[in-house]
Design a protein around this ligand. Sequence first.
Ligand code: NAP
Length: 335
Amino acid sequence: MSVNRQFRLKQRPVGRVGRADFDLVESPVPEPAEGQAVIRTLYLSLDPTNRVWMTDMPQYLPPVAIGEVMRGGGVGRVVASRRPDLKEGDLVTGLLGWQDYAVAGAPGELFPPTVIPDGLPIPIPSLMGACGMTGLTAYFGLTEIGTPKPGETVVVSAAAGAVGSVVGQIAKIRGCRVVGIAGGAAKCAFITEELGFDAAVDYKAADWKEQLKAATPDGIDVNFENVGGEIMETVVGRMNLYSRMPLCGMISTYNDVQRPRYDLTPFLMKRIRLQGFIVLDFKDRYAEGSIQLAQWLLAGRLKARETVVEGLEGAPEALNMLFDGGNIGKLLVKL
Ligand SMILES: NC(=O)c1ccc[n+]([C@@H]2O[C@H](COP(=O)([O-])OP(=O)(O)OC[C@H]3O[C@@H](n4cnc5c(N)ncnc54)[C@H](OP(=O)(O)O)[C@@H]3O)[C@@H](O)[C@H]2O)c1
């Protein structure tokens, strides 16, 4: 391929993301300057946080500027290099962006790419999901903030998604009763029958609050929160004294213009420990987390699932799958 296609942010989306929010710009494949390397993107990771980066609300990284290549995680192969730490043929992961070719060492780079060791017995999609950033989010958020103990009840929302599916499986490994909240019968069957969750709550069913009550007879000790909104408030209503709530995400609100308001009284009355976190908080421990996740995967104790969409050109529309529930497990774009 001799052309580099790049999605550049044209305007800040209002509501759902649309193709019109981006310019698709074509330019020659870049040549590396001294200290740089050029990476051919193989897979892009689509994440709810992409939607947040498109806004200018206060957040944990700078918003993507208008005219800038859309930021996105990915895995790619080094095709040309003028730096000693990256050699041609290396498989790397990093913020490659929504483009065919990324330049490592370009001005404004937030994090340098990381080399993935050769010959790992794990397919690339799983290295991006269950054993990658979303798996690490599940691992550190649950074990370090949720601190689940054997016999406790753990509830996780967006339970059939990338983070949620791993949270539930780790909680099972830790000896907990695990209840997942997901949209629709197919996803509920996936988490109970394929992943081994103890119960599923279909939040799209009219009686979902009764389902939650029936599934949590002893209340809830850990709520791994991925969704926010009414689901979060209902789960908080069933949390126990001194329970814990890792606040990982609030996907139900990312397309909203108005920030939501919540009643914090239950946190006081029930002394619930609420802690927001970003996986980057644990970056010094990624190796430890990745090794543990990979060991579980290879031992058959952790199942990885991905939804793969073909073609860079479909990335903006594919992002909406996360908000429509169109994915099971990690959502990726294959280039
Ligand atoms: N803190 C961190 O470092 C960090 C890192 C990664 C991800 N996250 C957060 O973790 C959450 C999950 O991310 P992910 O990458 O694993 O995505 P995901 O769960 O694979 O995909 C998102 C899922 O959310 C569900 N969903 C969407 N809108 C919803 C709504 N209004 N109400 C209820 N469920 C809804 C959909 O499943 P259903 O079909 O079940 O509705 C969808 O499949 C997000 O909030 C994300 O921001 C945080």
